[in-house]
Ligand binder design. Structure first.
Ligand code: C2E
Ligand code: MG
Ligand code: MG
Length: 713
């Protein structure tokens, strides 16, 4: 069984001190009472002793004076009694009776019979004394004094020589003595009670004084100890909650508590400093010094809270550097960091140059930056966003200097506006992200405003990207081969390897849809290697052509792949593993990929051609390649885009362009492939103008590997 835990209520310092003070006061009260009782007891004892002493004193006085009186009376009565002179006896007895305190006088004979009692008629004459003392008195030979019933009975025998004639008894009343005694005691009592009252007053005064001292002590403790300690406790609690500005007890005192307050103050400063440092570290991006994601989210949340119902507007620009991964991959992470720092500075400068001093610039991580602007209620937020986005794109495309090398990196900017596009922080960031993604799809190095329709498209692309991951490994992808013929005699010369993707539920997805997604996400790099290996392996197994020689296979290489330094090795590895002759592999690179970095492309293509691989420029005419590019980048052939071929028969302009391209290519000594031949007329025209190769549905649709192998047979 679990033992019950009793927890005593928390007692404060002041409570404890108050309890001690109360205990002291209680003890003092008890002591005072005890003293008081002791004093009254003493008083009673004193009165008792005084009473006894007074009583004895008075009794002794009465006895002494009585003894003397009675002895004198006995002497005086000796003669009258001897002569039995009753008159004389009577005179003496009456005189004696008149003396103070005397209550009776009895003169008796030898046998104890009363002879005289001082009265006139002597009613008791001749009667024997019958009281309790009489027998002893009559028998006594010497004077006696006896006490009975508040009376002192003093007797003396009356003798003449040795002859005892009788005796005399005088009764002294003690009541007067008692009165005197009482009177004395009353005075004594009065004095004593006076003394004790005074003592009590002193005691009470002392008590009150002590109680006052205790209360003052309690107040002093409260003021000097409890209150500062409480304030320290409060300050500590506030520090715990991050409030470093709470008031502290005054630290002017020069004692232990003052030392404690000083130490506490210093500790608070140091904790505040640490807190500031930690916050700074937690809220800023170590690389660029910009605010980080946490700081940005905190700021965004706060601004949205402040804006709630106030009608303000927020503009969020979401900037992502284009192809930054390539910088890291090719030039290393240090160079990547350098790029990020330079770009961060440029973004800040662009924002300041636009006069947006209140804007917040943050790095969310990687190559993602955000800018948060506040637009006045009813202001032209779109105009503001457009101006800034434009200047950002312009500023950031300017060449960077990286260890002496020039590097051009574009930036895609997405713009989202509160409250038009989103009503919460996370929604706004998501919209900005989607708009940025949209800018990437629009060809990068541009800006796009968030739009709901576009967002849905972006969502579709994102879903597709997820589905694309591992699609090759799951066997959802395959390669088909579209035959390529010699124009002059329609002899089969080779095939273009084309990627196909069949999603388990969505079915066949056209390359126009998924290839851009694969390129944008970088997935094309892995998939491209698989296509290259598969195409090389397949081509290596093809039989010899009827006219002698072997069919070539042309493989599409995206710009993304071209920027990968590993491409060259991937190509040579694929050739080695498959055993395919290098001359039989053609790589189709797009104009746009070449133009992006002509120097790099020229270098790479030269190395590939150096090992015997042929290079064709795909989709020729759709990009902006100039003859100048063609001069710098050596290729083996051009593939005229099918858009030119499609209108060849109707559009004289397209015919002129195609003819000119072919003439120019021939003059440069390179071959021309016309793709997208769908009609006989197109083919005839191309043959007339001496095009080298043709490819198109009129000749053959893309075929599966097996079908193509059968065609070769
Ligand atoms: P592309 O490299 O220009 O490929 C030629 C495209 O034209 C192929 O479309 C082909 O089927 C189509 N075509 C051929 N003859 C005709 C015709 O007479 N009429 C019409 N309308 N079209 C014709 P596909 O296979 O849909 O590929 C589209 C694009 O996808 C390709 O254009 C290429 O840029 C890309 N792609 C395909 N496979 C790969 C690949 O393995 N790697 C890379 N990086 N891109 C690929
Ligand atoms: Mg192609
Ligand atoms: Mg093409």
């Amino acid at each position: 069984m679990k033992a019950a835990v009793f927890k005593l209520p928390r007692s404060s310092l002041q409570l404890r001190f108050s309890i001690v003070v109360l205990l002291v006061l209680g003890a003092m009260l008890a002591l005072t009472l005890a003293l008081w009782f002791r004093q009254s007891w003493d008083e009673r004892r004193t009165v008792e002793i005084a009473r006894q002493s007074t009583h004895e004193l008075l009794l002794r006085q009465l006895r002494e004076s009585g003894d003397a009186q009675v002895r004198q009376l006995a002497d005086s009565l000796a003669n009258p009694l001897y002569y039995f002179d009753l008159d004389k006896v009577g005179v003496l007895a009456r005189d004696a009776l008149r003396a103070p305190n005397v209550s009776y006088v009895l003169v008796f004979d030898r046998e104890g019979r009363i002879l005289h009692d001082g009265s006139g008629e002597i009613a008791a004459y001749g009667r024997p004394m019958r009281d309790a003392l009489s027998a002893r008195i009559v028998a006594a030979d010497t004077p006696l004094d006896l006490q009975v019933d508040g009376q002192l009975d003093i007797s003396s025998p009356i003798k003449v020589g040795d002859d005892r004639l009788g005796g005399v008894r005088v009764g002294y009343s003690m009541s007067e003595a008692s009165h005197a005694e009482e009177a004395t005691l009353v005075g004594l009592r009065r004095q004593l009670s006076e003394v004790s009252r005074r003592g009590l007053w002193w005691l009470l005064l002392m008590c009150a004084g002590l109680a006052g001292v205790c209360v003052l002590g309690a107040m002093a403790v409260q003021r000097m100890l409890v209150r500062p300690i409480r304030q320290l406790g409060d300050a500590a609690r506030k520090i715990e909650h991050g409030d470093f500005a709470s008031p502290m007890p005054k630290a002017t005192r020069n004692d232990e508590l003052g030392d404690l307050i000083h130490s506490f103050d210093r500790m608070r400063d140091s904790v505040a400093r640490h807190d500031r440092d930690m916050r700074r570290a937690a809220y800023s991006d170590a690389l660029t010094g910009l605010a980080n994601r946490l700081a940005f989210r905190t700021e965004l949340d706060q601004r949205l809270r402040e804006m709630h119902g106030a009608g303000g507007q927020l503009v969020l620009l979401f900037a992502d550097l284009d192809d930054f991964k390539g910088v890291n991959d090719t030039l290393g992470h240090e160079a990547g960091d350098d790029v990020l720092v330079q770009m961060a500075m440029r973004i800040e400068n662009a924002v300041r140059a636009a006069g947006e001093t209140d804007a917040m610039v943050a790095r969310l991580g990687g190559d993602e930056f955000v800018i948060l602007l506040e637009a006045p209620a009813g202001g032209d937020r779109r105009g503001l966003a457009t101006r800034l986005a434009e200047s950002l794109v312009q500023e950031l495309i300017e060449p960077l200097l990286l260890h002496g090398r020039r590097l051009v990196l574009g930036t895609s900017v997405g713009v989202a506006i509160f409250p038009d596009d989103a009503d919460s922080a996370s929604q706004l960031m998501k919209c900005g992200d989607i708009a940025m993604y949209q800018a990437k799809f629009a060809g990068k190095n541009c800006y796009r405003f968030y739009s709901h329709e576009v967002a849905e498209d972006a969502m579709r692309r994102m879903r597709m990207e997820q589905n694309l991951r591992g699609a090759w490994e799951r066997g959802e992808m395959s390669v088909v081969y579209q035959p390529i013929y010699r124009t002059s005699d329609r002899a089969l010369m080779g095939a273009e390897a084309l990627l196909r993707w069949t999603h388990p539920t969505d079915g066949a997805i056209p390359p126009e849809l998924f290839v851009p997604v694969a390129e944008q996400s970088g997935l094309i790099e892995d998939i491209g290697v698989h296509v290259l290996q598969a195409a090389c392996a397949e081509a290596a197994s093809w039989p010899e052509l009827p006219g002698g020689g072997h069919a070539f296979v042309s493989v599409n290489v995206s710009g993304q792949q071209m920027r990968n330094v590993a491409l060259f090795t991937q190509v040579t590895d694929a050739l080695r593993h498959s055993g395919l002759a290098a001359e039989r592999l053609h790589l189709e690179v797009t104009e746009t990929a070449v133009i992006r970095d002509v120097t790099h492309a020229a270098d790479l293509l030269a190395r590939l051609r150096g090992v015997g691989v042929r290079v064709w420029l795909d989709d020729f005419g759709t990009g902006y390649s100039s003859l100048n590019h063609l001069r710098r980048v050596q290729v083996d052939g051009l593939k005229i885009d099918r858009s030119f071929i499609a209108d060849l028969l109707e559009d004289p302009g397209d015919l002129a362009l195609t003819s000119a391209t072919m003439a120019m290519a021939h003059s440069l000594g390179i071959v021309v492939v016309a793709e997208g031949v769908e009609q006989r007329g197109q083919y005839d025209l191309l043959r007339e103008r001496e095009g080298d190769f043709v490819q198109g549905y009129w000749l053959s649709h893309p075929l599966s590997a097996m079908e193509f192998a059968r065609l070769l047979d």
